[in-house]
Each structure stands twice: as C-alpha cells, then as structure tokens.
Design a protein around this ligand. Structure first.
Ligand code: SAM
Length: 290
C-alpha cells in the first residue's frame, strides 16, 4: 500500500505527519491523557518499546511544559527503550535493547541513579503472526516484562500505562496488575482501531504488596529459580507452568488407529449413580418427558 492510499484511509496517520509526530500512536497517548491526566506532576518517565518515538515526543512536550510551569522542580528525565534503533530525540536517553532481558532492565535502572520514575509507559507490540493465541501470549509476556521493570523504577503512587490485547485470558493479567495497583482501568482511545483487540491499561497509585522484592524473573519464560530469582512470600504470585511427560509418548490431541486385536473393555469403575441414568431408562422404554 502506498503512502497516499494510507493518507486517504487513515486520518490519524495524516494528522501525525501534519502535527510532527513520528507515528499515529502519539494520539493514543494524548487521548489517554485527556481522560486520566497522566502527566500531572510527572518529571521522570520511562518509555518502553518506544520506537519510532512518538510517545517519547509526547513525554518531552508534556514534561517540558510541567518544568516551565514549576522550574523549581527537578529537570525532566526520560529514558526510552526499544529493540530497534531510534533516531535521536532531544532530552531522551535511549537504550537499544529487549525489555524481557534482565540486562536491559539493569541498564534502565542504572540511568535512574536510585531515583524513581513518576510514570512508566509501554506501547510494546510483538510482530503480529495472525495466530491470535500466540499473539496474545507474546503480548502478555511483554506486559509482564514491562511490569517487572516498573516494579524496580516506579515510585509508590506512580502510574503505569501499557498496551494490552483484550483476549480471552485478559482477566488473569488484570488480577496480576491489581496486586500492584489498586486502580486498574482498561481504556480504548478513539485513535485505536475498533478492528484491533488492542486496548490500554492505566494502572494508578503504585503500591507493591508489603515485603515485595522487585524481581526480573519472568515466570513464564525463565525456568531458573535460583537465589537471584527467588519466588517466595509475596513475590510468589504467578505460578510457573511447566510441561511434563515423555515428549515421545502419546499426544493427547492425536487420534491413533485401533489395533485389530483390540477388545473394548468396560470402565474399571462405572459411576454408581450416574446423573444420566434416568434419561437412558426413559429413552429405552420409549417414554417421552415432553
Ligand atoms: N510507542 C511507539 C511510538 O509512539 O512511536 C510505537 C511502538 S511500536 C507500536 C511497538 C514497538 O515495540 C516496536 O518498535 C518494537 O520494536 C518494540 N518491541 C517489541 N518487542 C520488544 C521488546 N521485547 N523489547 C523492546 N522493544 C520491543
């Protein structure tokens, strides 16, 4: 599809270029802000999965305005991370890295010099495969990785905003987020296409559980449960899931042909009072219940 046909089809694509945003996604963040006042009193922020950088542009604008209003407050600090290289942006520290990797998290944390962020945003999206279950799973992994980093850098009371795919298992993610944020809202900006299962969660008033130790373990990816990745006490919220059984054994989803010598056997222990017993007896005796 050429640029001009996209121009015709997508008003936000057009507007982004007209208004100087690197991507149409800028409008999603701006519209979320209209509803949630995301940038009030925000001076330090992290933009996860930031390329090409329109959310970082919004951050520099909004945090810059905050600083102009209250110059006595700290200078804005913005750290942006993405797998892909991003063209430089004034006032934004950039890291090229994978947010699911502990080393990237350490690098982000390093830039904060022990200080804490007021806001973490994540617009991360995997390369969509079209296999919905797979796409939702990878999206959930990104979200959990972003949440892990957030637990290291967000100040109590801070806000976390992230893209979420509202699939069938989304309530599990909501429950996990509710462990850390008393207020979790799912929001769909006008600029996010209705045909997309994308929405955004806005998690407010960060309050980790008592004694929670920030960790970078991703329970669904990392299988090393060593002293560094301890999952004990309040940290033990998400249970690991491990497949087991002989990989060369029978596959429960396949059908295997019966051997010619096969004789059907009765169940070892038939139900004592089967709930369907009456129905079978009525049918056998040709008695209608209608
Ligand atoms: N918010 C951005 C903006 O406004 O310009 C757009 C973000 S784009 C929709 C999603 C980004 O997520 C891509 O640039 C992709 O490289 C990044 N991404 C996906 N998986 C990632 C990962 N594991 N670590 C870091 N970035 C990732």
């Amino acid at each position: 599809m050429g640029k001009s046909s996209k121009d015709k089809r997508d008003v936000y694509y057009r507007l982004a270029k007209e208004q100087g945003w690197r991507a149409r996604s800028a409008f999603k963040l701006l519209q979320l802000d209209e509803e949630f006042n995301l940038f009030d009193n925000v001076h330090y922020a992290v933009d996860l999965c930031a390329a090409p950088g329109s959310w970082s542009q919004v951050l520099t604008k909004k945090l810059g305005e905050n600083h102009q209003k209250s110059p006595q407050e700290q200078e804005p600090k913005i750290v942006a991370v993405d797998l892909q290289a991003m063209a430089p942006l004034d006032g934004v520290i950039q890291i090229q890295g994978d947010i699911t990797k502990e080393s990237t998290a350490d690098e982000i944390i390093g830039h904060f010099d022990g200080k804490l962020a007021d806001l973490v945003i994540c617009d991360g999206a995997p390369d969509v495969t079209g296999l919905h279950d797979m796409d939702e799973y990878i999206q959930a992994q990104l979200l959990l990785a972003a949440l892990n980093i957030t637990t290291h850098v967000l100040r109590p009371g801070g806000t976390f905003v992230a893209k979420i795919f509202r699939g069938k298992d989304v309530t599990l993610l909501y429950s996990q987020l509710k462990m850390f944020f008393p207020v979790v809202t799912c929001s769909k900006p006008r600029s996010s296409r209705n045909s997309s299962i994308e929405s955004f969660i806005v998690c407010q008033n960060y309050q980790p559980p008592a004694d929670y130790k920030p960790t970078m373990v991703n329970p669904l990816l990392d299988l090393q449960y060593d002293a560094k990745n301890e999952m004990v006490g309040p940290n033990r919220v998400i249970v690991p899931f491990i497949a087991c059984g002989d990989i060369n054994g029978y596959d429960a989803d396949r059908t295997y042909p019966l051997q010619s010598t096969y004789t059907p056997l009765d169940p070892l222990q038939p139900p004592i009072t089967a709930p369907y017993k009456t129905a079978i007896s009525l049918r056998r005796n040709n008695i209608s219940t209608a």
